[in-house]
Design a protein around this ligand. Structure first.
Ligand SMILES: Cc1cc2nc3c(=O)[nH]c(=O)nc-3n(C[C@H](O)[C@H](O)[C@H](O)COP(=O)(O)OP(=O)(O)OC[C@H]3O[C@@H](n4cnc5c(N)ncnc54)[C@H](O)[C@@H]3O)c2cc1C
Length: 278
């Protein structure tokens, strides 16, 4: 499958060859096998990037068409084809639903192999990280640790309830997946922005800081909603109450201020850059 696609970032044709149904492992050289094996370790990250980027792109394109008004809906304007073409990204290369279902399977495999131990100690460690002090982007790092803790907590609760049937609990898997996607998106933004700020100073990297704060704000609102739905789906009685209490407690710090100002600064910098078309 996907023989005609050449993803340049993963060793081009090697990986396409490795992924092909028509190709057996015996056809591969040792170097090609090594590349395929190494790339497969990043399967989780690939799923996250595919789902997150295709949905972010759809949001951008949808808004861009809206800005054109009725003109955006007719073929004379480039945005019409961009809007139509963007839609396929959620369908091919693994539909987003299938990528979402596949994602938690990687965690479950790690739990089964013992690589990820979901016990009290792991949860306490994850909870402890939320309390760590940070000099740069403290709230954003706290958000990353909070979502990691929630993901581990809710994965462990879902496993307790569904046991080996968890693989059939698609609604729960989708929600867990959304937490993992949010976590990855926030952590990537935080790490990149921290690196830039340490190198160039905050005053020169205000745009990255604003964007990171806005991503974290948006993601934490989504996480709150996804986690709420997951708890409502998997827990009952006292456990249901306790999980909601825990969710509220760990989420209580994430009330962002000045979001309109930050959004306007981002918009101003886009206008100043004068790099958009249509
Ligand atoms: C323009 C275009 C280019 C393409 N290029 C290629 C290519 O180069 N190489 C190639 O191999 N293929 C290609 N495809 C095929 C593409 O990969 C498939 O369309 C895609 O994998 C989805 O399969 P399907 O269309 O059979 O949908 P189905 O598998 O029938 O799925 C239908 C819908 O149900 C959802 N769904 C299915 N199972 C579940 C579930 N358990 N839970 C929740 N939702 C579920 C899916 O996400 C999807 O939204 C292309 C398709 C298009 C339209």
């Amino acid at each position: 499958m996907f023989q005609d696609v050449k993803p340049s970032s993963f060793g081009g044709t090697f990986i396409v060859k490795a992924a092909s149904d028509a190709c057996t492992p015996e056809d591969l050289t040792s170097e090609q096998k090594l590349i395929a094996q190494t790339a497969s370790q990043f399967a989780m990250e690939c799923s996250v990037c595919k789902v997150y980027s295709s949905e972010a792109f759809d949001t951008v394109v949808d808004e861009a068409l809206q800005l054109h008004g009725g003109a955006g809906f007719i073929q004379d304007y480039e945005i019409e084809s961009v809007y139509r073409d963007s839609r396929i990204n959620r369908i091919f290369e693994g539909t987003n639903e299938i990528n979402r279902l596949v994602l938690p399977m990687h965690f479950l495999r790690k739990v089964k192999s013992g690589e990820l131990v979901l016990n009290q100690e792991t949860l306490e460690q994850a909870y402890g990280a939320i309390k760590e002090e940070n000099d740069l982007l403290p709230l954003e790092k706290k958000a990353v640790h909070t979502v990691r803790y929630l993901l581990l907590l809710l994965l462990s609760e879902a496993l307790k309830v569904a046991k080996e049937h968890i693989v059939h609990e698609q609604e729960a898997l989708m929600k867990l997946s959304n937490l993992a996607i949010g976590l990855y998106a926030m952590e990537s933004a935080v790490i990149r922005t921290e690196k830039a700020v340490r190198k160039n100073g905050k005053e020169n990297e205000q745009l990255k800081v604003d964007l990171t704060e806005l991503v974290v704000d948006l993601t934490m609102r989504e996480v709150r909603d996804e986690a709420t739905q997951l708890i409502n789906g998997i827990a009952t009685g006292k456990k249901h109450q306790a999980l909601h209490y825990e969710l509220q407690t760990v989420m209580s710090d994430f009330q962002y201020e000045g979001t309109f100002t930050k959004t306007r600064r981002v918009a101003d910098s886009l206008i100043e850059s004068d790099r958009y078309t249509c």
